[in-house]
Ligand binder design. Sequence first.
Ligand code: NZQ
Ligand code: ZN
Length: 386
Amino acid sequence: MNNYNYCVPTDIRFGKGQVECLAEEIGKVGKKVLLVYGGGSIKKTGLYDKIYDVLKGFEIFELPGIEPNPKLSSVRKGAAICKENGINAVLAVGGGSTIDASKHIACSAFYDGDPWDLVLDKTKAVKALPVFTVLTICATGSEMNPGAVISNEETKEKLEINTPILYPKLSVCDPTYLFTLPPRQTAAGTADIISHIFEQYFQPNDGAYITDRLSEAALKTCFKYGPVAMKEPDNYEARSNLMWTSSIALNHLFTFGKGGAWSVHPIEHELSAFYDITHGEGLAILTPKWMRYVLSDATVKRFATYARNVWNVQNTDDYEAANEGIDKTEQFFKELGLPSTLGEVGIDDSQLSKMAAEAVRTSGLSDRAYVKLSAEDVEKIYRMCL
Ligand code: NZQ
Ligand code: ZN
């Protein structure tokens, strides 16, 4: 196992009714709150009213309308509200997009220049307002990690700012808030969780046995409960298992003792930067193709282990077992109703080489990934998805 530092300071409040804790916990840092939320789902579900009920006596400012793939312009608006009103805490109610925008706002509140500077140079992010979250879609793990992915609509860049000051202070994870998630978002979120686990499972170090077995258990949880949550949206057991899996899938527990750059995420981020597609759908399209592209004598053992330990594949030939595992993964995404080609999400071949070059330029794909990929490789993977 590699040396590893592990410190996750986020206070998780998991289960029914946990939202009630917000008054006491936010009250410890002040009474002026910026409430950040998306396109309106929290109003339809009644959560918005509940938040106002719980936070009686607080002075609440609002930033609604955070878009999926949150935009820099929203961050700028939020940072201005914080500066003008002396906000004490940012409360994100929603999914990864709302939480990521809130984190970026929280550190931009203490920065005099443009928020995008902090994405390009995270050493400029030295202080942040405390961020509280109420999670309504389980996917990104943003509720328990220090990352925030922001899209710059002017430059078509989608980049991450990642620094320990951005860990949420407290996250409310109540699985009943997931009951209203439409099937499409449930499927995309599940694909995202699965991809986070893959990104850490398929890394160069083979000596972190405990980490890999934990990852396999988390993958099995997604494969078991994803379809249940699709068919029975209010199945508490399914929603709660997926919700906790999303948090631990990206709080770096599954990288413990490993390390290396991610593979499919940087390739996907270009798709959502250029075409504003749903992140989890992009991952579902790319993942099986990436797996087929990187399968070789050097990687076949790990793919065969994945197939045997996660899918119970019995085949004793490593290549055949590996391919069965990849087939099952692809089939799983199709059964969740996720797209399997770029054409299905409106992407043609016109920008592929540009996106491939950007994917490599903005990530560790070419020097630290499980299988190192050049821009040419990435373009070939895109073409396999057409
Ligand atoms: O905007 P509203 O109206 O709230 O609707 C949202 C949105 O349209 C809807 N939704 C959320 N909860 C709901 C609900 N609808 C009904 N009932 C509910 N309970 O779902 C839609 C998607 O929400 P969004 O927040 O965009 O989804 P997600 O959590 O998948 O976040 C995606 C963003 O996170 C980034 C992605 O790139 C993308 O920008 N990521 C963030 C990461 C991180 N911070 O660590 C890592 C990830 O790999 C990812 O890159
Ligand atoms: Zn993701």
